[in-house]
Design a protein around this ligand. Structure first.
Ligand code: NCD
Ligand code: ZN
Length: 346
């Protein structure tokens, strides 16, 4: 039997939603993860420090008794965001990052940013105080092919922004391309990138070949195989600029299995066994801890967790629930499409 013990992991990009869905999905993350960067794309979004404080309270209230979990809050950047409110929220320790959604790029992003010049005062303040900006790195121009939107964002938005504000600390969220990997790797100490579990496992064929698979549809959409391989190499490299952000994004099945299905893969339940499987395949189990538990806290200037998580490889394939049942409705758990022998030992 193989096993590995790592510091308890954190998830540097997570959607917990609110209300009944929050209550249903929070234990799935808290079971294995100590902390997570909580995405602010609620309806309405988490825009002000007061919004973030109230949302944090709702998350902690939804945590089942006996479970420990620390939500790391973010603010949703709008063209009306007040730099002083952001600075105060960061100084108090409440807020750990600000999220840039180009307006229209993804779920609940319509209140995001259309014109970056309108948020420069906020970004300058963030650069000054060292507060990271998390970017959804896709352009929204309808002329740009959906498979090219990340690479075009890097060239036309991200690189010009970083040249203008090199001191801004920035996380390229959920990168999906070799261009994203290369840009993050060359970016120096103020730049990092998160990588999801599912983008290490699926390419675009998994979504489209043999019938459309709505539960594999997420944004940024999975790309061709060479990009998946570049992401695997990056995640298993041990390099400090790459760390786990699952982007676990629950939607009820009725809205995934729909004529206009929502984007998002729900991976909170089985991420750690899947990562152990992937890292073992890449002969990099010794680097799983860097990816899931060390590199993220180092970038966010937080201590690594003291608690540990033990993963064991069983002789037989392990069963995961196909769905979790929430009071909002059933949510399908990401199915990797291959048997997984790894299990979190609890
Ligand atoms: C996310 C969601 O559903 O909130 N969906 C997704 O496909 N990842 C939004 C996002 O992170 O783009
Ligand atoms: Zn996300």
């Amino acid at each position: 039997m193989q096993e590995i013990t790592i510091r308890r992991p954190d998830d540097w990009h997570l959607h917990l939603r609110d209300g009944a869905m929050l209550k249903g999905v929070l234990p799935e993350t808290a079971r294995h993860f100590a902390r997570a960067i909580i995405m602010p794309n609620l309806v309405p979004p988490v825009v002000t420090a007061a919004d973030a404080s109230a949302y944090r309270d709702r998350i902690l209230a939804a945590l089942p008794p006996g479970m420990r979990f620390e939500p790391l809050m973010t603010l949703y950047l709008t063209e009306g965001t007040d730099p002083a409110d952001v600075a105060a929220a960061a100084a108090s320790g409440l807020v750990k990052a600000v999220k840039l959604y180009p307006a229209g790029a993804t779920t609940n992003s319509h209140g995001g940013v259309r014109d970056l010049t309108k948020v420069m005062a906020v970004l300058e303040k963030m650069a000054e105080i060292g507060l990271p900006l998390c970017t959804h790195g896709e352009v929204v121009d309808p002329e740009v092919d959906i498979f090219d939107r990340e690479a075009v964002f890097i060239d036309t938005v991200l690189d010009p922004l970083r040249r203008r504000l090199p001191e801004l600390r920035l996380v390229m969220e959920h990168i999906t391309t070799e261009e994203g990997v290369a840009y993050a790797a060359a970016g120096g100490p103020n730049l990092a990138a998160t990588i999801t579990t599912h983008h290490l496992i699926i390419n675009r064929n998994h979504i489209l070949v043999g019938g459309i698979k709505p539960h594999y549809y997420c944004l940024p959409v999975a790309k061709r195989e060479k990009h998946r391989l570049a992401l695997r190499a990056a995640a298993t490299s041990g390099r400090g600029c790459f760390f786990l952000g699952t982007d676990s994004a629950p939607h009820v099945d009725a809205l995934k299995e729909h004529a206009c299905g929502c984007a998002g893969c729900f991976t909170a339940t089985n991420t750690m066994p899947l990562l152990a499987h992937v890292f073992e395949e890449e002969a990099a189990l010794d680097r799983l801890e860097a990816f899931a538990s060390l590199n993220g806290p180092a970038f966010y200037r937080l201590p690594a967790n003291e608690a540990r998580l033990r993963l064991v490889k069983r002789p037989e394939p392990q069963e995961f629930p196909a769905k979790i049942i929430t009071e909002a409705g059933p949510v399908t758990v990401f199915n990797p499409g291959f048997p997984v022998q790894w299990q979190v030992d609890s």
